[in-house]
Design a protein. Structure first.
Length: 578
């Protein structure tokens, strides 16, 4: 709640205006029952008909002014609530952007989407309606209670004595609704995740003819969500009729007892009419409390889930006094590096010295630690022991944004935004000329197919690059990496979906990027044979290292891969093997 209070404080003048309008509206409302009682006692019974027009005029003025005040109040509350939620969502999104890779390894997209959308909507409803109505109804209850005692202390005491029973039922409802809403919120996140994953992977589902399986999986989640909603409905069904009964019972009791008091000349009929109008100002807050407590309960549950995200802190962040070298040459050194992930050893005793402008190629079977190695360069994860040096500085001592700005990467899992091809290629830079855009597209061997598309670079591609082939997506991501002009270039299996000829053309373009330190993860000999150093990984360790010819002469794992890919050879020498 402290976080929410800080946001609300930022827009305090809107709230002050809204509260002022609320007070004025309530004040005016308190005159209406008195005036109606005067019509009964003085005009209808007393025969003072000359007062009728004045009282009616007063009622009309009160109604008009109340409408104006209520409009300003509602507008101010809604505007301030919308601004608070806008700030909250923005800050939450900003905070999520700061979190480390390890956080996203354990949290799914559907859950985060529920927090950003559904939970903030619950908070918005509470700020725009719930809290405002709670204050308003509380004021109505307090002021009306005082006025009731001025009219008839006997009827007022009788009314107040019954109110605790009504309050007890309402608070029981609040507790049960809060419990069920927490469960519903969690289940809604799971339901969103299932739907999001299925829609994103619909092509895979259809390719494996698993539509029925996915439908049944979603059905189970949906049925669980239905059962939780029915549980909440039963809570309302159990307690709300009791609230209705007690509310109506109070009215019947007051009219009955009040009728006897009128007959006994203890109060006038107009006083009973005024009392009956005031009593609604007590009953309605109680009747609305069930609905309001539901909104507040949802808000509180959602606030706890939102706060849980804010409490998450990045494992990886810049040091207090980060270093930013003036000249960046791309020199990368792994010194006695060990890396564990969730207690499992991933990399063991890694030593690499990638001089500026050289190319280091990495090969190995799936799970051998290749991607984990390159993730340490950009400090997406921290080493367990040892150090990674860039430009002679431990990456832990370097400014994180500065470090990552100097690295350009093509990830194994190519991700493209649902935007134009141009915006996807320019993603890593703030500005780029059309000449540069065309140049990097040609270097990535992407310009030819882009120029054939309906709107060329302005062609909007679908979510995650839907509508493009795997090779086309890889080439766009390579063009994006070239566009950044970084001193360190990382290609994580970036040409796996390309044919040999296209891969060869891209290799030529890579060689033209002088002064750039390159790390290339690949499974093809053709992609790594020209590297300055080739590293063969197995179980997180470097088991072979050297140039292409040196590794062939070693006749180890690299040699076996060479034979498997290019065919068994019985004789070779340095000039024949290319």
């Amino acid at each position: 709640m402290k976080r929410l209070a800080l946001y609300m404080k930022k827009y305090k003048w809107f709230y002050i205006l809204a509260l002022l309008m609320m007070f004025l509206s309530i004040t005016l409302d308190m005159f209406s029952p008195r005036l109606i009682g005067s019509i009964v006692d003085r005009v209808i019974i007393g025969g003072e008909t000359h007062l009728f027009s004045g009282i009616i005029t007063a009622l009309i003025v009160i109604t008009v002014l109340k409408a104006i005040f209520c409009y300003i109040k509602e507008y101010s509350f809604d505007l301030s609530a919308a601004k608070v939620i806008m700030d909250l969502r923005q800050d939450m999104f900003n905070h999520i952007q700061k979190l480390s890779f390890s956080y996203f390894d354990k949290v799914n997209t559907g859950e985060l989407m529920s927090r950003i959308k559904d939970d903030t909507e619950n908070i918005l409803h509470a700020l725009a309606f719930g809290i405002m109505l709670c204050i308003e109804q509380a004021l109505y209850f307090l002021v009306a209670s005082v006025l009731l005692f001025t009219l008839s202390w006997k009827l007022a005491l009788l009314t107040i004595l019954i109110m605790p029973f009504l309050a007890y039922v309402v608070f029981k409802l609040e507790k049960r609704v809060g419990e069920t809403h927490g469960k519903i919120s969690d289940q809604r996140a799971a339901l969103n995740t299932t739907a999001q994953e299925n829609i994103a992977g619909v092509r895979l589902v259809k390719a494996f003819a698993r539509e029925k399986f996915e439908i049944n999986k979603f059905l189970k989640k949906n049925q669980h969500n239905y059962r939780l909603n029915m549980e909440q409905t039963k809570v309302w069904g159990k307690y709300f009729p009791k609230i209705e009964f007690l509310s109506n019972f109070i009215i019947v009791l007051v009219v009955t007892v009040g009728g006897f008091l009128v007959i006994g000349d203890e109060i006038s009929l107009g006083t009973l009419v005024a009392f009956s109008n005031y009593i609604f100002m007590l009953i309605w807050p109680m009747r609305m409390m069930g609905w309001l407590t539901n909104i507040i309960a949802q808000c509180y549950a959602s606030l706890k889930k939102v706060e849980k995200i804010f409490k998450e802190q990045p494992d990886i962040k810049s040091p207090e006094n980060p270093l930013k070298p003036r000249e960046f040459n791309g020199h990368v050194v792994f010194k006695d590096v060990f890396f564990e992930y969730k207690g499992i050893p991933v990399l063991k005793n890694i030593n690499i010295n990638a001089q500026p402008g050289t190319t280091v190629a990495i090969m190995g079977i799936t799970g051998s630690g290749k991607t984990s190695l390159i993730n340490l360069i950009g400090r997406f994860y921290d080493v367990s022991s040892g150090s990674v040096l860039v430009n002679g500085i431990d990456v832990k001592d370097m400014d994180l944004d500065f470090l990552r700005s100097k690295i350009s990467i093509v990830m194994q899992d190519v991700f493209l935004f649902s935007d134009s091809i141009e915006e996807n290629i320019k993603f890593g830079v703030d500005e780029a000329s059309e000449e540069k855009l065309i140049s990097v597209s040609k270097d990535a061997n992407a310009y030819e197919f882009i120029s054939k598309m309906p709107q060329k670079f302005d062609t909007v591609i679908g979510e995650r690059g839907v509508g493009l082939s795997g090779g086309q997506k890889q080439r766009i991501s390579i063009a994006r990496a070239f566009m950044k002009d970084a001193k360190i270039l990382i290609l994580d299996d970036a040409t796996s979906a390309l044919d040999m000829e296209t891969e060869h053309d891209i290799q030529k373009s890579l060689n033209e990027h002088k002064g750039v330190t390159k790390f290339i993860i690949a499974h093809r000999i053709s992609a790594v044979k020209n590297a300055d150093e080739i590293l063969i990984f197995e179980d997180g360790e470097i088991v072979e290292r050297g140039k292409h010819q040196q590794l062939l002469d070693l006749k180890g794992k690299y040699y076996e891969t060479y034979l498997n890919q290019l065919g068994k050879i019985t004789f070779y020498d340095e000039e024949e093997v290319v």
